[in-house]
Design a protein around this ligand. Structure first.
Ligand code: SAM
Length: 281
């Protein structure tokens, strides 16, 4: 395990993923019944944007840095506002110095009755995550392989909620692992919402992944991809797969993703795609 999210925290892919994550949490909050979030690859929790890792890549400046500084059209701005407010809550001085990863964004949006289970296997990231979550009794961090956790924690007793699967894509077989894992998980907990993140570097692998999901028998799958265009030597596009997305999420993403892609674009070729792999068409 070499991947360290601290180099990438707050970049365009985090903004895309976390803006959608916050929308899903807002939908879950619409009903009073408790929900559970299972974050299988949770990361360290809170990232120092002034630290050596973030400074070395500067990726956050083209991600959260830009979206905080650039006004969007009103409809998109109101959909993005809860995410920006959550980020602002970790930066009480106003200037952007810290970026909350998925478990802290989840906690921020959770109510007293909701629960978070966060898996992180890398020891130093797990120790940081434990520190970041320590004071909050609604959250539990576990030093467990997220793929094992996915099987072990499903279905949660709340019977409603979200599973976020956000692996580092260090292994060559990560796409097929992801496809197998989601099929198995969805069988164990058919009504859960699932959000999967993937990088778009190898277009053939991504196409194959989409086809495998479309033929998997899972009835409702929405796919979103966002590209920032420009040079091709590092990550310039990422995707999300959403199984059982909340009602109206697709409509919200249709409003939000175009303006977001324009703000995040670093060159020609930027944009977004949104389609149903199964259902809703
Ligand atoms: N979900 C986080 C967020 O949105 O803020 C970012 C997670 S980062 C992309 C992936 C994380 O998975 C890394 O912190 C890495 O240490 C961790 N990791 C790698 N292999 C893992 C495994 N098998 N089980 C659990 N965590 C793992």
């Amino acid at each position: 395990m070499n991947y360290r999210h601290a180099f990438h925290a707050g970049n365009f892919a985090d903004v895309f993923k976390h803006a959608v994550l916050v929308r899903i949490l807002l939908h879950l909050r619409e009903k009073p019944a408790a929900f559970r979030v299972i974050d299988t690859h949770a990361g360290a929790g809170l990232y120092d944007l002034t630290g050596p890792e973030a400074e070395r890549t500067g990726e956050w400046r083209q991600g959260i840095g830009r979206v905080r500084a650039t006004p969007l059209a009103p409809a998109a701005a109101s959909l993005l506002a809860p995410y920006l407010e959550a980020v602002a809550a970790f930066n009480p001085g106003g200037a952007l110095a810290r970026y909350p990863g998925s478990p802290l964004l989840v906690l921020r949006l959770m109510r007293s009755q909701d629960r978070l289970t966060a898996c992180e296997l890398e020891p130093s990231a797990n120790a940081a995550l434990k520190r970041a979550l320590a004071a909050d009794l609604r959250a539990k961090s576990v030093a467990i392989d997220g793929w094992v956790g996915l099987n072990a924690f499903l279905p949660p007793k709340e019977r409603r909620g979200l599973v976020l699967i956000d692996p580092p894509f260090e292994q060559p077989d990560e796409f097929s692992r992801l496809a197998h894992a989601i099929v198995k998980a969805q069988r164990k907990w058919p009504t859960g919402i699932y959000m999967l993140w993937y990088p778009i570097k190898d277009r053939r692998a991504v196409t194959h992944f989409g086809r495998a999901l479309a033929e998997s028998g899972i009835p409702k799958i929405l796919r979103a991809e966002l590209s920032i265009g420009g040079r091709a030597d590092d990550l310039g596009a990422a995707g999300l797969v959403l199984v059982n997305p909340p009602w109206r999420l697709a409509e919200e993403m249709e409003t939000l993703l175009g303006p977001l892609a324009r703000v995040l674009a670093r060159g020609p070729g930027g944009g977004y795609g949104l389609d149903w792999l199964r259902g809703e068409n």
